[in-house]
Design a protein. Structure first.
Length: 576
């Protein structure tokens, strides 16, 4: 009204008015205007709100599920600096400006895709000179809070999983200021294969997961109390990870200093190759929809014979499925428990031909060990065939051989089963009763250890030959631990004036194979190990002459079983 001066960091809360309403003369200079009655003439001072460390990441689509989960209606205070301060104070890595009047915060962004920057041009209510996103569009920035990449051996994120009062992961080991690395270490130290972080403050451990189905990652976005820049599940939601602990792997791991190698050899005959007798899980998946009623008793008898013959499988995973699909799966070492499970199944429901076989295969395979065999008994193709690639990837990663026993025409389709069989070296048999009995007999022989699953006939014509013990030759792959480095050339003097190896490839915790690989990467022909911890490379050696082996008696710092030279000598090897 010509006589007042007001200051602030936001403006426009009550809307813009016509300039003609701001024409009171300034009392200090009547040649200019100074607002009006309840009207401000607003100017910028030139000072900018501080927003360091901020990087524009783009314009991103949002919806009711929210890309950045924390939404704050800032109203007339909405500016880039205000939203930065709001989200950063809460420990988030990213913030967004939306529709000119809201701040959004989160640790991940882009779930619903990037859009053209033109869709983020709504003016900020707190500073009309700037833009603040758009309708269901976030202008996304970094807050400057960095989350250190979590790189822990064996750690892998498996997804967001539902939990219930009968817990999916059974053991609660930490509660409070939880982080992903802290939970990983706690569960791995207790020899668990999986861990889950839940609701921001709980750490659960277990050897199986997925009992209550997978959920969207958008449901696992509660901040970790110990590190707010990362997420730790949600309410009754576990962010599930692997610890990398594998009791079988710990037994099979090659000794330090030796080298893992893959060896292939030709095997003829039907019997399993030596060294490949033991297998992981026998996985049985049974279709229990109404159309299976005429064959189910026969299927159950065949399974009982296979179980009784078993000499190779360490445990059993049994699953059934109907329509609609409901997860029904057990893992056990008890044959009687498997039989009780099968005897308790009700054959009913269905009505249309395709059924939910892929969901059942995935749920069963998750509980199986590596190097297993999965038997699917069905008369229908897969209604959920969109999951075929996921099932194939899971089976292949765990080396689970897929065998489908189809009674009937499989709805005239079933190509998805061919994909799984081809991917895992398995078999799809669309059978009549006579052929079915022959395949069951082969499976029984294989479970007993008298037939190799890899020698199974690929078509029904070869069934009779296989039952007579006539199988084609096949290539068998084995994983072995090679003996220590065999290319040792001896102990040689190392004169600093005339060194054999001028290129130092590494120091510290050293082994023969580690030095071999370092010099191989640099394309040298020879390498030398000195004083227990120094690795050097070159294309010549012996400039100063040989030395007694007793002069190269320093133990390698990374493997005490190997010798790594001496104080003035090199243990010299040819690069393998």
């Amino acid at each position: 009204i010509g006589k007042q001066c007001w200051c602030g960091n936001h403006y426009g809360r009550y809307g813009r008015r016509d300039k003609r309403e701001c024409r009171y003369q300034c009392r200090g200079d009547k040649t200019t205007y100074c607002g009006g009655s309840w009207r401000n003439d607003v100017y910028a001072t030139g000072l900018e709100e501080h927003a360091s460390g901020v990087t524009l990441l783009g314009c991103f689509r949002d919806n009711s599920k929210r890309d950045l989960p924390l939404v704050h209606g800032a109203g007339h205070r909405t500016t880039k600096a205000y939203c930065l301060k709001y989200c950063k104070s809460r420990g988030y890595r990213y913030f967004g400006l939306q529709a000119g009047s809201a701040c959004t915060c989160g640790n991940k962004y882009g779930s619903f895709g990037r859009v053209n920057a033109k869709q983020c041009r709504t003016r900020c209510r707190g500073d009309k000179r700037r833009t603040c996103g758009g309708s269901w569009r976030n202008s996304v920035y970094s807050t400057g809070i960095g989350s250190k990449p979590v790189r822990l051996p064996g750690l892998k994120h498996l997804g967001c999983y539902l939990d219930k009062s009968s817990r999916d992961l059974r053991k609660l080991v930490l509660s409070g200021s939880v982080t992903v690395p802290k939970c990983y270490k706690a569960c791995k130290a207790r020899k668990y294969r999986f861990f889950g972080v839940q609701n921001g403050y709980q750490c659960w451990c277990g050897n199986h997961y997925g009992r209550y189905r997978i959920r969207s990652n958008l449901e696992c976005r509660v901040q970790c109390r110990g590190d707010k820049s990362t997420y730790c599940g949600g309410a009754w939601r576990n962010n599930v990870f692997t610890t990398g602990y594998n009791p079988k792997a710990s037994v099979k791991t090659c000794p330090s200093g030796s080298k893992a190698k893959t060896v292939k050899r030709l095997v003829c005959g039907c019997a399993p190759a030596s060294g490949s007798q033991r297998l992981g899980s026998l996985v049985i998946v049974v279709d229990t929809t109404g159309s299976m009623s005429s064959v189910y008793k026969s299927v159950r008898r065949s399974i009982s014979r296979i179980l009784s013959a078993n000499r190779r499988f360490q445990n059993f995973v049994v699953s059934s499925y109907g329509d609609p699909y409901k997860r029904h799966v057990i893992r056990t070492k008890s044959i009687s428990r498997v039989q009780r499970f099968l005897n308790g199944l009700k054959i009913r429901g269905g009505g249309d031909c395709p059924e939910y076989s892929m969901s059942a295969v995935i749920d069963a395979a998750k509980l199986a060990d590596k190097d297993s065999v999965l038997l699917l008994f069905t008369d229908a193709s897969a209604k959920d065939r969109s999951l075929t690639s996921s099932a194939a990837k899971l089976l292949k990663s765990k080396r689970i051989r897929f065998i489908a026993i189809g009674s009937g025409r499989l709805c005239g389709r079933g190509a998805e089963y061919d994909v799984l069989a081809k991917n895992t070296g398995g078999l799809v048999a669309k059978l009549n009763r006579r052929v079915s009995d022959k395949v069951m007999k082969l499976i029984e022989l294989a479970a007993k250890g008298k037939m190799s699953f890899s020698a199974f006939p690929k078509n029904t014509r070869d069934l009779a030959n296989a039952l007579r013990g006539k199988c084609p030759c096949r290539t068998v792959t084995r994983h072995i631990c090679a003996m220590p480095h065999s290319a040792s050339l001896g102990c040689f003097l190392d004169d600093p004036k005339y060194p054999d190896f001028s290129v130092v490839a590494g120091r510290g915790k050293m082994t023969v194979w580690k030095c071999n690989n370092l010099c191989k990467a640099k394309k040298f022909s020879y390498f030398g190990l000195k004083n227990g911890s120094k690795c050097s490379c070159g294309d010549n050696y012996g400039n100063s002459g040989g030395a007694k082996e007793s002069k190269c008696n320093k133990r390698c710092s990374g493997n005490s079983k190997d010798k790594c030279g001496g104080t003035a000598t090199n243990s010299v090897y040819k690069v393998d």
